[in-house]
Design a protein around this ligand. Structure first.
Ligand code: SF4
Ligand code: SF4
Length: 111
């Protein structure tokens, strides 16, 4: 049986926090508790005039890949509500192929 995970394309993450909020609503998490948390990295200069500034959402150990929703045939809440269409859910083999095809600015999370 396949193992499943989340794929995050942070090139397209706008930093909108919808993944955080939808996860907190779905899991009914208390103030200050997160199933996924957004980090801002940068801005920093890689080479003269060439800047990086990224938002990277990181699932925490509380993430269970929305097992209850998946059982009902629904997408994980964070994937459904991602305004940048930057999140994907699926078997790790498929996610790894997407990562390899793109080659950069993606992270995979497998709980
Ligand atoms: S898959 Fe579900 S539990 Fe995991 S970060 Fe997304 S919304 Fe939260
Ligand atoms: S919902 Fe999507 S675009 Fe918004 S912060 Fe999360 S990953 Fe980024």
């Amino acid at each position: 049986m396949s193992q499943y995970g989340l794929l995050i394309d942070y090139e397209y993450c706008t930093g909108c926090h919808s993944c955080e909020v939808s996860c907190k609503n779905e899991k009914k998490l208390a103030h200050g508790v997160y199933g996924i948390k957004l980090s801002e990295i940068g801005p920093f200069e890689i080479t003269p005039g060439n800047w990086e500034w990224n938002y990277i959402p990181s699932p925490t150990k509380l993430c269970d890949l929305c097992a209850d929703r998946i059982e009902k045939g629904e997408k994980p809440a964070c994937v459904l509500h991602c305004l940048g269409l930057a999140m994907d859910y699926g078997p790790v083999e498929e996610l790894a192929k997407k990562m390899a095809a793109k080659g950069k600015k993606m992270v995979m999370f497998v709980p």
